[in-house]
Design a protein around this ligand. Structure first.
Ligand code: B12
Length: 490
């Protein structure tokens, strides 16, 4: 058995399954650097420890990379943490191989030291993993050079020492392998209902709660439109013709978004692809909307958060109430479906601002509105800084924690922010979800914070109606599939 191989493990077992695009990109970079790579996808095995056992009995590897996409479901009603499961999986792997285990991924990047500690791992990489993982393999082989590995978190002083964290990789010129051959993307398409692709990384906005700049950086790094289009063609070649983009906001910056659309149109891909994306309410021009539609975009998810001027200012959002209405109108003119995500309950929220927001949504008439309640608190965000200034989290009356079963749990003093903590303004009272549901008043376009019927469920974790609809052939953004199910049932 040769130990030249690297194995990448997908630990995300959420259903419906979302293709682990990170592993396709990492495997591409490792191949380019001359490594042999296996991908072990735990999403598609019946028994993870058994699958790990049979893999490691048959293969000797020089390193194991484990991807951790979601630390939890970020959903206040359930607050399910995936850290205990990751810990189990890492323990199994460590019992089967002496090769170094390296963690990475969006969920990992938010809480690196805590997760390494919880899992008993020696190495993790925050931020972009492609070049960093290749450099780490070199450093491991030479036993030096760890400080040059971007984003590396490790115990520089040896076992038992403190963790050291290198600044993450934020290369301006983003170049990613486009072949998308290492993951079973066809199976993800048939069981998860959508393919995926990135056109850029990073976000320049500083919304007080957002984790995205921590994962992808606070500057935008764009891919060449030709590279993006090539990747779309590779996916189409695998029969994947419905995509959800993985950009934080497709239209920041707008000129790059336009250039990507033009390239897709030029190659005729707008006729064969259907795609969805997240986008910012501003800047959203008529020209961009038209180009997006011609390039195959069918639906856009805007994180509008609120329609109250006060709340938008407190959340440090760039748009105003009138922009939301204008952007919805622009989408309508171009036949684009609109999903608006609200983020209710943040600092300063009152019954009055909730009412204003929901009434306004009903007036502007998007196709769907996700009325999320509770702001997940992440470290190193302006929200976390504000809370720290207010005193201990455990005695802050605006902080809610639940255990994974959705029951309110005693405030954990040891979990820090890794154990899901949500901000809900105490001004919304003891039953904030009822207040929101009352304001929604049965309007079918809304996904309420707590679902009473299955198709109202706006959590994509173990979402049974969604899983079944996809099995029966539904494809698209999850909100759009749920929307169609709801309209079919009325
Ligand atoms: C697009 C998106 C979605 C789309 C996905 C569409 C699709 N088909 O892919 C949809 C809407 C379906 C979605 C759903 C959910 N999402 Co989402 N999503 C995103 C978003 C914007 C991009 C994720 C992505 O794929 N990025 C591109 C890939 C290439 O980046 P990456 O995974 O980070 O990988 C890089 C590095 O992390 C690293 N890396 C990754 N793995 C490894 C492994 C090793 C060993 C190494 C060295 C490095 C490494 O290298 C990679 C390449 O550079 C992120 C926010 C963000 N900007 O990151 C949220 C985000 C990941 N989602 C989040 C959540 C919570 C969810 C849901 C659980 C929500 C819910 N309750 O329904 C579900 C889970 C779905 C699932 N099955 O996993 C959270 C996770 C937060 C957390 N606490 O962990 C994020 C961060 C959003 C947020 N700000 O809260 N999501």
């Amino acid at each position: 058995m040769s130990a030249s191989r690297v194995v990448l493990i997908n630990t995300n077992e959420i259903r419906p399954p979302v293709a682990p695009i990170a592993l396709d990109y990492l495997a591409g970079a490792l191949h380019e650097a001359g490594h042999e790579v296996d991908v072990l996808d735990l999403s598609f095995v019946a028994d993870a420890p058994e699958a790990l056992g049979s893999y490691f009995r048959a293969s000797a590897v020089r390193a194991v990379g484990m991807s951790f996409r979601n630390s939890d479901d970020c959903f206040w009603p359930s607050a399910t943490s995936f850290v205990p499961r990751l810990t189990e999986l890492v323990r199994s792997v460590r019992g089967m191989t002496d090769a170094p285990v390296v963690l990475g991924g969006g969920g990992f990047s938010l809480f690196p030291e805590q997760i390494l500690e919880a899992c008993g791992c020696d190495f993790g990489i925050t931020g972009d993993g492609e070049r960093a993982f290749v450099l780490l393999l070199q450093a491991l082989e030479r036993g030096r050079g760890f400080r040059r590995v971007p984003g590396l978190v490790w115990r520089a002083g040896g076992e038992g020492g403190e963790f050291t964290r290198n600044p993450p990789e934020r290369r301006r010129a983003l170049q990613i392998a486009t072949s998308r051959q290492s993951v079973d993307n066809r199976r993800y398409f048939s069981e998860g209902g959508q393919g995926n692709m990135e056109t850029k990384r990073g976000c320049t906005r500083r919304c007080i709660y957002c984790a995205d700049p921590l994962i992808k950086g606070g500057r935008v790094r764009v891919r060449e439109p030709a590279e993006v289009a090539e990747e779309a063609q590779c996916l189409l070649g695998q029969g994947i013709d419905v995509l959800h983009l993985c950009d934080s906001e497709f239209n920041i910056p707008p000129d790059h978004a336009l250039a990507v659309c033009e390239e897709l149109i030029r190659r005729g891909l707008g006729r064969s692809l259907r795609w969805y994306t997240y986008a910012s309410v501003v800047p959203f021009s008529d020209e961009l909307a038209g180009a997006m539609r011609r390039a195959g975009c069918v639906g856009i998810n805007f994180g509008a958060d609120s329609a109250s001027a006060r709340m938008l200012a407190l959340y440090r959002r760039a748009h105003r109430k009138a922009d939301i209405a204008e952007t919805v109108r622009t989408c309508r003119r171009h036949g684009l479906l609109v999903m608006i995500d609200l983020l209710l309950g943040g600092p300063g929220e009152t019954e009055c601002t909730v009412r204003e927001t929901i009434e306004f949504m009903k007036q502007v008439g998007p196709d769907c509105v996700g009325a999320a309640l509770g702001m997940r608190v992440y470290p190193a965000t302006p929200l976390a800084a504000r809370l720290a200034a207010e005193g201990p989290l455990e005695s802050n009356p605006n902080i809610w924690r639940r255990d994974g079963s959705g029951q309110e749990s005693a405030l954990s003093t040891t979990g820090g922010l890794l154990s899901p903590a949500f901000y809900i303004s105490k001004d919304l009272g003891e039953r904030p979800e009822e207040l929101v549901r009352e304001r929604i008043g049965g309007d079918e376009r809304f996904f309420p914070p707590v679902a009473e019927q299955a198709a109202e469920n706006y959590n994509y974790n173990e979402n049974q109606p969604l899983i079944e609809a996809i099995r029966e052939g539904a494809r698209g953004a999850y909100w759009d599939i749920l929307r169609q199910m709801r309209s079919a049932s009325t």
